[in-house]
Ligand binder design. Structure first.
Ligand code: FA5
Length: 362
């Protein structure tokens, strides 16, 4: 009997402590102290035990009952206090609100949107071509010889897939110039499709392209100014009588729109397989504006490549190089971002590091 009373006390105490609200506590009270509660029934049994043991067991039963009642009272006070606190908190209108965390577009996405809208204003149409390309688009049609170092494993990521008999190996495109070939091929195919309509109406607008291809590019490079994945924006303009003057005018327009009126651009002779003549484009440093300082040394910062479309690229895509001319340029989105006033990024890799304390600044 004594052992059973002790068990009832321990079980009741654990239930009381576990009760998380007043309703549960009331149920526990009934379960042990109610009319047919466990302790009440046990106390009734005391009459059945021998007279000499009855007093001792009766005293123990009383003690168990008092302990359970005290524990219930104590828990009741605690739970009431807790509920009042929650209610007070709920209705305290002077409490400051909790602001949900707000994200923002990644710095590179912001730059892509800005670049697109600058070129949109002068009639460039945004295109997006595959990031996984055939050798034909990335190299061959762009006049790269078979032994050109850009095809080397150290520069380009090759994909372990069976090469296409016509288009060669699959690669992660190392530059957006592959989009030039796709755009010219697409335009020529469209013209063929519309040939019947043209002969019926006698109207022929000729070939006219103003494309802006912004996409991811991949190269086996990683240091403070190179990332294995980066973005380029590639402009291509094709038509009759397109000249270097148009190219320089477009570059100046972009530099002034993106970097500000004070910055200037210049072109330097260079070599690319797919443009002739080819140039490197520089922009004056945002700190010294061309005078030369610690940051830029010579006053100019390199933006990227440009040039007049090579006749071999026109031939590869089916455009007559005697009738049409064009220019192209291809620059790194991350690089132009680095050169913008007020944005100082020492290491390009930070952009893709997922370091929130860095990204949240912009
Ligand atoms: C090219 O990729 C040529 N396709 C550009 C071109 C287009 C020339 C049209 C003529 C006509 P280049 O390898 O220099 O050129 O890359 C151009 C720009 O891409 C660089 O100036 C740089 O801004 C950016 N870039 C190149 N590699 C990386 C890299 N690993 N990480 C970040 N940016 C890069």
């Amino acid at each position: 009997m004594e052992e059973e009373l002790i068990n009832i006390k321990n079980t009741a105490l654990s239930f009381i402590l576990e009760a998380e609200d007043l309703k549960t506590l009331e149920e526990v009270k009934l379960q042990f102290l109610g009319r047919s509660g466990k302790l009440t029934l046990k106390i009734k049994d005391i009459t059945k035990i021998s007279a000499e043991k009855r007093k001792e067991v009766g005293m123990l039963a009383n003690e168990v009952k008092n302990t359970i009642e005290d524990a219930i009272k104590q828990r009741e006070v605690n739970l009431k206090h807790k509920t009042e606190k929650v209610l007070r908190q709920k209705i305290d209108v002077s409490n400051p609100g909790i602001k949900p965390p707000l994200g923002h577009l990644h710095l590179v996405t912001q730059a892509i949107e800005e670049i697109s809208s600058i070129f949109e204003k002068i009639g460039f149409i945004r295109a997006r071509y595959p990031e996984i390309e055939w050798d034909w688009y990335a190299f061959t049609a762009l006049n790269f010889p078979q032994n050109h170092p850009a095809r080397d494993d150290w520069e380009t990521f090759f994909i372990k897939e069976k090469p296409s008999p016509e288009k060669g190996q699959m690669v992660l495109t190392p530059h957006t110039s592959s989009g030039q070939v796709r755009e010219m091929e697409r335009t020529v195919a469209k013209r063929k499709e519309l040939a019947r309509e043209r002969s019926a109406t006698g109207v022929d607008d000729g070939i006219s392209i103003r494309m802006l291809n912004i996409a991811k590019c991949y190269r086996r490079q990683s240091d403070v100014s190179h990332t294995p994945m980066f973005h380029q924006f590639e402009g291509l303009v094709v038509g009759e009588n397109i000249s270097i003057v148009n190219l320089k005018g477009t570059l100046d327009y972009f530099v002034k729109s993106y970097f500000g009126e004070k910055r200037k651009s210049r072109i330097r002779p260079y070599h690319f397989q797919f443009t002739e003549p080819s140039f490197e484009v520089d922009v004056t440093c945002g700190v010294c504006l061309g005078k030369g300082c610690k940051l830029c040394k010579a006053g100019w910062l390199e933006l990227g490549g440009a040039g007049m479309v090579h006749p071999n690229v026109f031939k590869a895509t089916g455009i007559d190089p005697k009738k049409y001319t064009g220019f192209a340029f291809g620059w790194g989105v991350e690089r132009v971002l680095m050169m913008k006033d007020g944005i100082e990024i020492d290491d390009l890799r930070l952009l893709y590091s997922n370091k929130l304390e860095f990204l949240e600044q912009f």
